[in-house]
Design a protein around this ligand. Structure first.
Ligand code: ADP
Ligand code: ADP
Length: 225
């Protein structure tokens, strides 16, 4: 059974048809990349899965449950944004734990999950710092930490590396892939960067003008005539 299934998804704003009959699925522990040029509908697709937008028509299922009408907090997903969405006045630990506190996870459990995330991400010396005192790569790790401590089956990533320089991009890409595999997360990962897609994906969905142009493994897409 696939972890995420989109069936006949359409999305319009007035006359703008952003998505037209999108059908896709992401298996358990699979990393699915949505690839395509700016404006083709990648972010909209991700935001629909997250529940940050509502489809004009079609249904979205997560772990066999129709979540089409559920708010983001009820969907069992975590999301990493391009700009990381960190709170400047909170330190690293508080930023990572923010969602858990809001969901009333007990303090002892919060502590345990923080320790795990921090050791996975190599953030142990930085817990008391604020985001402004950290490098771009470290800020990215805080955002990843937040996704890890949520301990949900689905992680959604919207151009997570686009604010980093080339060297860090490559490093963080590998780190994300290792974490995703180790934690067996089902991940939908949005990028416009073909090399990034080819190196990180199990499967790639190539989008164009609001529809799916190609679908397959990186090898399948690389070997296209
Ligand atoms: P991508 O992520 O591939 O760059 P988007 O999903 O952001 O593409 O956008 C797809 C299309 O939908 C674009 O034409 C964009 O301008 C339009 N769009 C996205 N969000 C909105 C919105 N809130 N209101 C109106 N049009 C939107
Ligand atoms: P990204 O680069 O991450 O795809 P965008 O710049 O496309 O982000 O969109 C940022 C926000 O603006 C999103 O919430 C998106 O839905 C909204 N948006 C995008 N295009 C339009 C548009 N043409 N009209 C109104 N809102 C839009």
């Amino acid at each position: 059974m696939s972890t995420i299934v989109l069936k006949n998804i359409c999305k319009s704003w007035g006359d703008t048809e952003a998505l037209r009959d999108i059908n896709l699925s992401c298996g358990k522990g699979e990393l699915l990349v949505l690839l395509g040029p700016s404006g083709c509908g990648k972010s909209t697709t991700l935001r629909l899965i997250a529940g940050l937008e509502t489809p004009t028509s079609g249904t979205i299922e997560i772990e066999g449950r129709d979540v089409s009408n559920l708010p983001p907090v009820k969907r069992n997903i975590s999301m990493v944004f391009q700009n990381y969405a960190l709170f400047p006045h909170l330190n690293v630990a508080e930023n990572i734990l923010f969602g858990l506190k809001a969901r009333k996870v007990p303090k002892k459990e919060r502590r345990k999950r923080l320790d795990e995330a921090v050791s996975l991400l190599g953030l142990s010396g930085f817990l008391e710092r604020r985001p402004a005192q950290l490098s771009g790569g470290q800020r990215q790790r805080i955002a990843l930490g937040r996704a890890i401590v949520a301990q949900v089956p689905v992680c959604l990533m919207d151009e997570p590396l686009s604010n980093l320089d080339a060297k860090l991009r490559q490093e963080m890409r590998q780190e994300i892939r290792l974490l995703q595999q180790r934690l067996k997360m089902s991940m939908v990962y949005v990028t416009h960067d073909q090399v990034e897609a080819m190196t990180i994906a199990d499967k790639i969905i190539l989008m164009k003008d609001g529809h799916i142009e190609q679908y397959g493994t990186p090898e399948d897409l690389y070997n296209l005539p």
